[in-house]
Every structure is written in structure tokens, then in C-alpha cells.
Design a protein around this ligand. Structure first.
Ligand SMILES: Cc1cc2nc3c(=O)[nH]c(=O)nc-3n(C[C@H](O)[C@H](O)[C@H](O)COP(=O)(O)OP(=O)(O)OC[C@H]3O[C@@H](n4cnc5c(N)ncnc54)[C@H](O)[C@@H]3O)c2cc1C
Length: 285
């Protein structure tokens, strides 16, 4: 099928983009970033936006920058930007490891980091990164700017705190401590498919014991989130098999699993148990 008719707007400046978005949002006007989720949905006529505000030519949205505390990722930064490490901080390596799991090469060349967050697929790797690392998301409209914490941003399956006239202009990820360890694991039926469960973990060691554990889980519930029960099990323990298995068990118990045509709740809990344990086992600095 082909998309329903629409008008494409191609602003060159952010203020112009926000003004157009404010005008067309009430008529189901949408932002077009990489188009890797929106265009297929339009082709199936599951969405029929009358207007697209194409942000690809807006100056300044393709920047990655760091102020020494956070890494700022602009709205037009593609997944492929992370094929190499974008910062000497351990966060650069983390993003590089995760990026390889997103879809396929051509999709990574067009799809954007912020577009993934705005789309909020429960299985999105970048949504998991944002939730695990407590990202701050910067939304702008003609009404002004606000910063939204990741835990308040994701509000369900493909549902976020963004208002219809708001553009996610930037995501800020906290830089990791230089001695931080991280591990990532996901399960999908075929390489490049969306994950059926995924986990990202980060922690530090103090006197040989885990501190500041972050255990993130994606693909298992409507939105990715940190699992406090698993983090509590890990903190003050040695990074070893006993603690890793106990944390994985705690995560499997804590979730309210999604069920779909591929999985029931019991199977999803098993996947969660596996991906959390594997993420912890693979954790390195
Ligand atoms: C075959 C296939 C496999 C895929 N596999 C994966 C996968 O394994 N993991 C994964 O995470 N993703 C996967 N994707 C999705 C891909 O990563 C998309 O790039 C991503 O979901 C959306 O980013 P985008 O820039 O393409 O957004 P678009 O498709 O342009 O937009 C998606 C939605 O977000 C809104 N939007 C986009 N940017 C903004 C913004 N800055 N502010 C406000 N709203 C905005 C749009 O209006 C739209 O509603 C896959 C896609 C395909 C086609």
C-alpha cells in the first residue's frame, strides 16, 4: 500500500519547525525524523498524518556534545553515529555496544536516537539506555522548553509525555564514572529483530563490592525501566555468580510481563531471568 496524501514541510531553522508543528499538530501533523518507524506505519495506513514536519534539514539538530557531565544527543543524530565511540568516557563504549543490536545497517543509517525515544517501542534499545542511565529529555515547543526525566517520559507502549506540539530536541545522558562497568544482553528470534527482552546493567566497585547498581529492563513490560529489586540484591555484593543469579531472579519476579502472539508471561519471565544474568556476566569496564 501507499501512504495517504500528506503535505511535507521542510523547515531549515528550529523556530520555524516549532511554529509549523504548533499549527499542524491539531490536524495530526507529525514530526518526521529518520522515518524508519513512521514511514512503514504510514505505508500500512495505520497512521494517516495530513502534515509531516521533516526536521532533517533543521540546522544544529545533528550534534553530539559533552559538557563534562552529560552527553547531549541532538534530534537528528542517527543510530549509525554510535558505530564508533563518540566519547572517551565509558559511555562511548556502552553506546557502541548497544547500537550494533538495533535493526539492520540501512535502518541505522537513517533512524535517529531521539526518534526512537519519541516512538517509545517497549523493545527499543535506546529507550532502555535512557531509562537505565536516568536520561533527561529536552522537549521544546512554541510555548517554551521543558526537561523530562526518562522515568516520567515513557508512559506505556508507544506512549510518552511529549505533547503533540513538542519536539524532542535533545537527550542528555549522564557520563559514567571512569571505573564504571556495564553489560548488555538481548534476546530476539533473529539478528536485527526487535528484542523480546533486553537488559542493560551498570555498576561500580568499592572495596571489591558492587555500588550504584543500575539494572535496566526493556521489551518485557510496556515501558523500559530500572528494576529496584534487582539493584538492591546487587549492591554491597561481590560481582560473582551468586549475586548475578539472585539479581536475575529478583528482576524476573518484579516484572508484570507483556504477553503477545510469541510469548506468554511465564516465557517472558524466563527471558528476563536469562538476559539480566547474561548482561551481568558480560559486564566489563
Ligand atoms: C525492519 C525494522 C527493524 C527495526 N528494528 C529495530 C530494533 O531492533 N530496535 C529499535 O530500537 N528500533 C528498530 N527499528 C526502528 C528504528 O530504530 C527507528 O529508527 C526508530 O524507532 C525511530 O526513529 P526515526 O528517527 O526513524 O523516527 P521516525 O520514524 O521519523 O518517527 C517515529 C515517531 O517518533 C516521532 N518523532 C521522531 N522524532 C521526533 C522528535 N525529535 N520529536 C518528537 N517526535 C519525534 C514521529 O513523529 C513518529 O511518531 C526497526 C525498524 C525497522 C523498519
Amino acid at each position: 500500500m501507499k501512504p495517504a496524501p500528506f503535505i511535507r514541510h521542510a523547515p531549515k531553522a528550529l523556530d520555524e519547525a516549532l511554529k509549523i508543528l504548533a499549527e499542524v499538530a491539531p490536524q495530526d501533523g507529525r514530526v518526521l525524523a529518520g522515518g524508519q518507524s513512521l514511514v512503514p506505519i504510514m505505508a500500512f495506513r495505520l497512521a494517516k498524518p495530513a502534515h509531516l514536519v521533516d526536521i532533517n534539514e533543521v540546522a544544529g539538530l545533528d550534534k553530539i556534545a559533552s559538557d563534562g557531565k552529560t552527553l547531549s544527543i541532538g534530534a537528528c543524530v542517527r543510530h549509525a553515529a554510535f558505530h564508533k565511540s563518540v566519547t572517551g568516557n565509558p559511555l562511548g563504549k556502552l553506546l557502541n555496544v548497544v547500537a550494533r543490536h538495533i535493526a539492520h545497517y540501512p535502518i541505522r543509517m537513517r533512524g535517529t536516537f531521539c526518534g526512537s525515544l519519541a516512538h517509545a517501542d517497549p523493545a527499543s534499545e535506546w529507550c532502555l539506555v535512557a531509562a537505565t542511565l536516568d536520561a533527561m529529555l529536552v522537549a521544546r515547543s512554541t510555548r517554551g522548553e521543558r526537561t523530562i526525566a526518562a522515568r516520567q517520559f515513557f508512559s506505556g507502549i508507544m506512549s510518552t509525555a511529549l505533547a503533540e506540539d513538542e519536539l524532542l530536541v535533545e537527550t542528555r545522558l549522564p557520563l559514567l564514572a571512569n571505573d564504571a562497568r556495564f553489560g548488555f544482553n538481548e534476546f530476539s528470534r533473529r539478528a536485527g529483530d526487535f528484542a523480546m527482552a533486553a537488559s542493560l546493567v551498570t555498576y561500580r566497585l568499592h572495596g571489591g563490592k558492587i555500588t550504584d547498581a543500575h539494572v535496566g529492563l526493556g521489551g518485557a513490560e510496556p515501558s523500559p525501566r530500572r528494576i529496584a529489586e534487582a539493584e538492591a540484591v546487587l549492591n554491597r555484593q561481590a560481582p560473582a555468580d551468586t549475586a548475578f543469579r539472585a539479581a536475575a531472579e529478583a528482576a524476573a519476579k518484579a516484572i508484570d510481563p507483556l504477553e503477545d502472539h510469541q510469548t506468554n508471561a511465564e516465557y517472558r519471565r524466563d527471558l528476563v531471568r536469562a538476559v539480566v544474568r547474561r548482561a551481568l556476566e558480560s559486564s566489563t569496564s
